[in-house]
Design a protein around this ligand. Structure first.
Ligand code: UPG
Length: 444
């Protein structure tokens, strides 16, 4: 495989993992970010996010000279043939995707493409269906304004969606279930596909809107599985069935598969909530009424507060009570707090008058930023502790919100008499019930 010159715009978890992994595969990578502080850190080998395995891959890439970091667009664009865009596309209030970061990247790139260039611009960011074709016209127009001849021939747009789970992003990049490359020019799609040659992945080459839709449909389907099993869990509770066994029984059918059928207190993160909402927005824009997708979000919003609902059955008045919360990040193995169920849970507990002692192995610095207002408004009533033991010490109840490994082994004898609400079905009911008043999700 011949090495290729790649620029990656944006050094968030997608851009950084993709850049580091491409460099590890032997390509020459330039990582660009407008955040100078972040770039300085990266130059010194400091990783600004918590992502298992990334340090090893990145350090190896830095040592081999295959990756460098810059804030200089001109340097990145001039010295690359493939420009991957991996900037954020957060939700706007109306649910649509905010494309301002992506558009700024197109603008900057368009200023730098010259007469004899051919640049392949690859959207890794999740962008609404139709963005790729729109970008082709938009950038061609900017080049035309600069007097560049045959602007359409100076670049091509490709969609190459990411399917990286946070916390497993390096593993997912290196062992992908599939790589999807969408372009209206099949030769260019083949060029992007060849960047992944060493991984020998299942490769699907499509047109632009189809690749864009595959990303949204995949995330929406996984989110649907979660809301589905959560709804089944809520019914299981009422009829005396055990949702974990129901899920196992369902998952044995290979048409269903056992994955993403863990009932709990809902999904969070930077992808599922945002992407389902953006897909709903797109569907409505073209005159469809996406009822199923609407319900996926509604069920999830309700599910996040299930642990509090269950707690109130045992302690109806939370004033003067102390509640321990274990797990703040939206899932284990990440410090990411975006859309984490812990946010509405803790806000509700505070609103109901409880004192909250919260612990997470890595997410506390991010959590402090998220709860900045509450920390001020509720004074000492929201505390972050250094250990899980400290959180639970004088607490009346314990809520488990994120299933970190370190929460698996607990001496429940030490929690004797307390209320324990297990929002992730982490513990064995018959064991916990020997010592505590225990409830989980969808289990008798
Ligand atoms: N979750 C459940 N039950 C399950 C599986 C997951 O409640 O059975 C929750 C989990 O707790 C988390 C959320 O679902 O809050 C998302 O989990 P996961 O998919 O592991 O995390 P992400 O890192 O957000 O990854 C998703 C897709 C990935 C995609 C990425 C960004 O899995 O393929 O690239 O979003 O679009």
């Amino acid at each position: 495989m011949s090495e290729k010159r790649i620029a990656v715009i944006g050094t968030g978890y997608v851009g950084l993992v993709s850049g580091a992994c491409f460099a590890y595969l032997g390509h020459k990578v330039i990582g660009l970010d407008i955040d100078a502080e972040k770039i300085e850190k990266l130059k010194n080998g400091e990783i600004p996010i918590y992502e298992p395995g990334l340090d090893r891959i990145l350090n190896q890439a830095i040592e081999s000279g295959n990756i460098e970091f810059t804030t200089d667009y001109a340097y990145a664009v001039k010295n690359s043939d493939f420009i991957f865009i991996a900037v954020g596309t957060p939700s706007k209030i109306d649910g649509s995707a905010d494309l301002s970061y992506v558009k700024t990247a197109y603008d900057r790139i368009a200023e730098l493409i010259d007469e004899n260039d051919f640049k392949v611009i690859v959207n890794k960011s999740t962008v609404p269906v139709g963005t790729g074709r729109w970008a082709k016209k938009y950038i061609a127009n900017l080049l035309k304004e600069r007097g560049i001849k045959n602007p359409e021939e100076r670049f091509e747009i490709v969609s190459n969606p990411e399917f990286l789970r946070e916390g497993k992003a390096v593993e997912d990049f290196m062992n992908p279930d599939r790589v999807v490359v969408g372009a209206d020019n099949r030769d260019v799609a083949g060029m992007v596909a060849s960047l992944y040659e060493k991984l020998q992945p299942a490769m699907l080459i499509t047109d632009l809107p189809t690749a864009e839709m595959i990303k949204y449909a995949s995330n929406a389907f996984l989110a649907t599985k979660i809301s589905f099993i959560n709804e089944i869990a809520n019914v299981c509770e009422k009829v005396g069935a055990d949702v974990t066994v129901v899920a196992r029984g369902m998952g044995l059918d290979h048409r269903i598969s056992p994955y993403f059928l863990n009932a709990g207190c809902g999904f969070g993160g930077s992808c599922f909530p945002k992407d389902v909402k953006a897909l709903i927005y797109t569907a409505k824009e073209v005159g469809e009424e996406p009822e199923l997708l609407n319900s996926v979000i509604d069920v999830n919003e309700r599910q996040k507060l299930k642990p509090v609902e269950k707690l109130l059955k045992h302690i109806p008045d939370l004033k003067g009570k102390t509640i321990a919360v274990w797990g703040l990040a939206f899932k284990p193995e990440t410090d990411d707090m975006r859309e984490a169920p812990s946010i509405p849970i803790i806000k509700k507990l505070l609103e109901l008058g409880a004192t909250v002692k919260a612990y997470d192995p890595v997410a506390i610095p991010n959590a402090k930023a998220v709860f900045e207002q509450e920390l001020k408004a509720y004074k000492g009533k929201l505390q972050f502790t250094e250990t899980k033991e400290e959180a639970v010490q004088d607490a009346d109840a314990l809520l488990l919100v994120t299933e970190w490994n370190e929460f698996k082994d607990v001496n429940f004898d030490k929690l004797r008499g307390k209320v324990v609400i297990d929002g992730r079905n982490l513990w064995e009911p018959s064991i916990v019930r020997q010592f505590c008043k225990y409830e989980s999700i969808g289990r008798p």
